[in-house]
Design a protein around this ligand. Structure first.
Ligand code: SF4
Length: 322
């Protein structure tokens, strides 16, 4: 069974940690509670950190002279500078982080869907944007995986998030060793996972660790990390998963019976038609890995990119299980 490095994830504190929302509520989030045992969570409530009480009057973002300002309408108070100062300080003091789970729609934590009003009084919504804290997160950690609690109810978004943070946290551990051999092992174990994400970048990363131009280990790690972060920005396409599964199948072509191969092709077709999840295919492939004792494939992270206990979290039913 695979062992995992615990990813470091910053979480909006009102998600499962503390009843710190403006109305004194704590929000349920399966995505967060499932991570309690598997990750190092760093809870933060930016509104409480800037001195607002709980419960409190609601705050909002207002567009004023082309600028988005965070205001407390009940006191006609502008909190923008306070929030920006806190966010800059908090985020610059964070050493290593693998991802963020923020509360959607909040004027502080929302990552894209926070209402922006025309004015401080009763006024229409002019657009949607990110909350002030969330904007600073993107500025300080432009390559990080940042999600909100709502999006993480979608199976494929959650799967991509978990795959990214567990892969990046393992890389963070390996980076500490400064060993090229350790990086080579990491790359080899992740071959099929990276193939599903981006075949071109997989090749580039392979070339960088082959080190034909005699670079220093630090330079290789730097380039590898930049490319890895870039690769993990977008979830894999379902066609890439089909390609990877076909690659893996080729290891067993001689051993499998015609009926078994036919069954596999049927499953691939069902996956293409969105009738079954990818896991139905990877489970079958994994059973063949065990049956035919394929040690190289056995260690591939593609079969278990994050702890299996997290696979069982419930789904919103929206979106495809890529
Ligand atoms: S959304 Fe952010 S600022 Fe608002 S209560 Fe939750 S953690 Fe605090």
């Amino acid at each position: 069974m695979r062992t995992f490095t615990k990813p470091r994830i910053v979480v909006s504190k009102c998600l499962e940690f503390e009843a710190c929302r403006y109305d004194g509520a704590k929000i349920k989030s399966n995505a967060v509670s499932q991570l309690f045992d598997n990750a190092e969570l760093i809870p933060v409530c930016p509104e409480v950190e800037i001195g607002l009480p709980t419960p409190r009057e609601s705050i909002r973002i207002v567009e004023s002279n082309g600028e988005e300002r965070l205001v407390l309408p009940s006191e006609k108070k502008d909190l923008t500078n306070q929030m920006n100062q806190f966010s800059d300080l908090f985020l610059s003091e964070l050493s290593e982080v693998d991802g963020f789970i923020l509360k959607g729609r909040s004027p502080s934590c929302g990552i894209f869907d926070t209402k922006v009003y025309a004015g401080i009084e009763k006024s229409p919504v002019v657009k949607k944007s990110a909350g002030l804290f969330a904007k600073k997160v993107s500025e300080h950690f432009p390559d990080s995986v940042i999600e909100d609690d709502g999006r993480l109810r979608n199976f494929s978004i959650r799967e991509h998030f978990l795959t990214s943070v567990f892969t990046l946290s393992e890389f963070r551990d390996i980076k500490k060793s400064k060993s090229l051999e350790a990086l080579n092992h990491f790359h080899a174990r992740n071959k099929y996972l990276f193939l599903s994400y981006h075949p071109g970048l997989l090749k580039e990363m392979g070339k960088s660790i082959a080190n034909h131009d005699g670079k220093k280990v630090e330079e290789i790690y730097f380039y590898y990390e930049r490319t890895l972060l870039n690769m993990m920005k977008k979830k894999p396409k379902f066609t890439s998963h089909i390609n990877v599964c076909q690659h893996i199948l080729s290891f067993f072509k001689k051993e499998l019976t015609p009926l078994e191969k036919e069954h596999f092709i049927t499953l691939l077709d069902q996956y293409k038609d969105k009738r079954i999840p990818l896991s139905s295919i990877t489970s079958l492939l994994k059973s063949w890995v065990l049956r035919f004792d394929q040690a190289y494939l056995f260690n591939q992270t593609y079969f278990e990119p994050y702890p299996e206990s997290l696979v069982e979290i419930t789904d919103s039913g929206k979106g495809r299980s890529y």
